[in-house]
Design a protein around this ligand. Structure first.
Ligand code: MV4
Length: 448
């Protein structure tokens, strides 16, 4: 018997528990790391070893590469799973993990850099035949006359985006030609301040798009498969609230064409791991915006419709195993919806940390609750406020909506306020039932 591989889980909360479960199924040993504020995390009761890596502040714990690598050495880890957020899209960390002789569970540092830069990502996608919006060919030049000419050629409205951006920072919408100079210099300044990089690009602006994404997985042997599409349009301030698979009302054939383009793009850029291609969808057209080189929060809706354990496959391909299925094996069955339950005031969205005094999770057929909370658990104020993901599956979208409404009603979380009341409203809103929600619907008050 060879000794099992050991996976260090460089994350916290529900995703640390999700990764611990996948490792358990695969016969892998697990190492949990936690901050001083997180000694009570649920997954720490299930791991084979645990290490406190520092104070509550993420900068001194979950974001501290040295402390995580030290814990990895201390516990003889073979692999590091970064989860989402924190160091998951940090190419320097991926490199440091490999330098230490360990396996980073994610794509190569080189591909992370290529896709992390929005300008090079878009150039790669154009080259791979993935649909993109018309815009500047690479970064806008320093020269304002040339910039003005390029923007006039794109037409208005257009959007100026930071190459290092993402999540909505460093963007400026430009309505007319005379606003170009100001928008570009403001976007540059904001990007320099936020990311230390002032490169920006311009592309046509879509006024009311949906946010559609494609989940992919690729192995080291040149196989790449897309596992389905998701609609993540229900969001507020770039925080997603409800996600579903498949996207409602989009012809399956159109999604399949796009999925095949994404899988091919993975092969062209040498992508290995799980990943997500993000698109805007308007008037029947998809336009690539960015790629996420990590496991995503909303991966469960794709697991429920594809039947694939995405975390398990992610770890398997990191170990060098070939994918255990081909594209022809993947069928989208039924419909899945996820609600991200946050410890927040549902109206102001202000975080509401504190002690959970009551926890009654929903259950029953087609109901899945991915959560690390329990009665007496204290939600710390230092991190993301996600405390649970409620996922339902049904044969049709209507069945899934019905199950989600019942599951939201059944779930009781005492002691703190949560986003559940807001999600209950979304699940009753005409725009949601019609499948016409755009990324602006919630902010525009269309789901009250
Ligand atoms: C856009 C856009 C309209 N046109 N690009 C916002 C965050 C970043 N990921 C990309 N974003 C957008 N890019 C063009 N050419 C509108 C948005 C956008 C958005 C996109 C996805 C999810 C929520 C959003 C909320 C506001 C704006």
């Amino acid at each position: 018997m060879t000794k099992p591989m050991r996976v260090l889980i460089a994350n916290r909360g529900e995703i640390a528990l999700r990764i611990t479960r996948a490792c358990g199924l695969m016969g892998l040993e697990t190492i949990g790391v936690y901050s001083e504020a997180d000694a009570g995390l649920a997954h720490l009761a299930c791991v084979d070893a645990k290490v406190c890596i520092g104070p509550a502040s993420a900068a001194q714990s979950y974001l501290d590469q040295e402390r995580i690598l030290r814990a990895a050495r201390l516990c003889s880890a073979d692999m590091v799973h970064p989860g989402y957020g924190f160091l998951s899209e940090n190419a320097a960390f991926a490199e440091a993990v490999e330098q230490a002789g360990l396996i980073f569970i994610g794509p190569s540092a080189q591909v992370m850099r290529l896709m992390g830069d929005k300008i090079s990502a878009k150039q790669e996608m154009v080259a791979a035949g993935v649909p993109c919006l018309p815009g500047s060919d690479g970064a806008l030049p320093d020269n304002m006359q040339d910039t003005q000419r390029i923007c006039d050629a794109i037409g208005y409205p257009l959007i100026v985006k930071a190459s290092a951006g993402g999540g909505g920072r460093g963007m400026r919408i430009v309505e007319t030609s005379k606003d170009v100079a100001n928008a570009v210099s403001n976007a540059r300044q904001e990007s320099l301040l936020a990311f230390g990089k002032q490169d920006v690009y311009a592309e046509r602006f879509l006024k009311s798009p949906r946010h559609i994404e494609i989940q992919i997985v690729a192995d080291r042997h040149g196989n790449a498969v897309w596992l389905g599409g998701r609609d993540c349009s229900v969001q507020r301030r770039h925080q997603k609230l409800v996600e579903e698979a498949p996207p409602a009302g989009i012809p399956a054939q159109d999604l399949a064409t796009l999925g095949a383009q994404c899988a091919k793009a993975c092969q062209q850029i040498g992508y290995v791991g799980v990943g997500t291609f993000e698109f805007l969808y308007e008037d029947g057209q998809f336009c690539f915006i960015e790629m996420n080189t990590r496991l995503q929060v909303e991966h469960p809706v794709t697991e429920m419709t594809s039947g694939i354990d995405i975390v398990r496959e992610q770890i398997a391909v990191a170990l060098g195993h070939p994918l255990s299925f081909t594209q022809a094996d993947i069928k989208c069955a039924g419909h899945a919806i996820e609600c991200r339950i946050n410890a927040e005031n549902p109206d102001t969205f202000l975080p509401h940390p504190g002690k959970i005094t009551q926890w009654w999770p929903a259950g029953g057929p087609g109901v899945r609750m991915d959560s690390h909370i329990y009665e007496s658990y204290v939600v710390p104020p230092y991190y993301d406020s996600l405390i649970a993901k409620l996922i339902v599956h049904g044969n049709t979208r209507e069945d899934a909506i019905e199950r989600m409404r019942a599951a939201l009603d059944e779930t009781h979380i005492g002691g703190i306020s949560t986003t559940i009341p807001l999600q209950q409203r979304v699940l009753q809103a005409d725009a949601f039932l019609d499948g016409t929600v755009t990324v602006h619907s919630l902010d525009q008050g269309l789901m009250k």
